[in-house]
Design a protein around this ligand. Structure first.
Ligand code: SF4
Length: 192
């Protein structure tokens, strides 16, 4: 791999499992295509031969159950909103949303229309906003790299969260054990 050039041939590298998972995750983000209008053409173009988005380790999926990221590209109406929310809820954790283009960010040129959602962040949490009408594939790549940076940056937070959960679990087990002990002690004293 050539990695020994940086660390030396006999070196040992240690890292947390969560760091390894996050490294793998951010370099193999599979995306659910939620393209509804002209911005979707740019998204499709990004995946084609001339732009070759697969270089990022990405792969587009037609199902939410195997997707890490939802790319919303195009106008979203209130009629579509329940479907978008359901698809988001079917994605496994951790999941991310990219709002591509003015329509998905704020309703775009149709923001005054009563049936147009004024931004998908009113429906689902959005991680990355890519402005433009439409944004070019290069803009999508830049947004993608920002998402990778975001995943990298949240590592300390996630590790702290996992530690907190583990400590809570231990504390819960200790409290449960103590409750059982005191229950047993009271039963013994009752029988005496
Ligand atoms: S932002 Fe512009 S290009 Fe994109 S879907 Fe809306 S109108 Fe079309």
């Amino acid at each position: 791999m050539g990695i020994e050039r940086f660390f030396g041939e006999t070196s040992i590298i240690t890292l947390r499992a969560e760091q390894l998972f996050d490294w793998a995750r951010r370099n193999s983000l599979w995306y659910l295509t939620y393209g509804t209008a002209c911005c979707a053409i740019e998204m499709m173009s990004a995946g084609m031969a001339s732009y070759d988005m697969d270089r990022f380790g990405t792969f587009h999926r037609g199902t939410p159950r195997q997707s890490d990221v939802m790319i919303v590209s195009g106008t979203v109406t209130y009629k579509m909103a329940p479907v978008l929310e359901r698809l988001y809820s079917q994605m496994p954790e951790p999941k991310f949303v990219v709002a591509m283009g003015a329509c998905s960010i704020s309703g775009g040129p149709y923001f005054e229309y009563p049936h147009v959602v004024p931004g998908v962040d009113t429906l689902v949490p959005v991680d990355i906003y890519i402005p433009g009408c439409p944004p070019r594939p290069e803009a999508l790549f830049y947004g993608w790299m920002q998402l990778q940076e975001k995943i990298k940056a949240r590592q300390p937070e996630r590790i702290a969260e996992l530690k907190r959960l583990r400590m809570d679990e231990k504390a819960g087990k200790a409290a449960a054990a103590q409750a059982v002990e005191s229950e047993v002690a009271s039963l013994v004293s009752d029988s005496e």
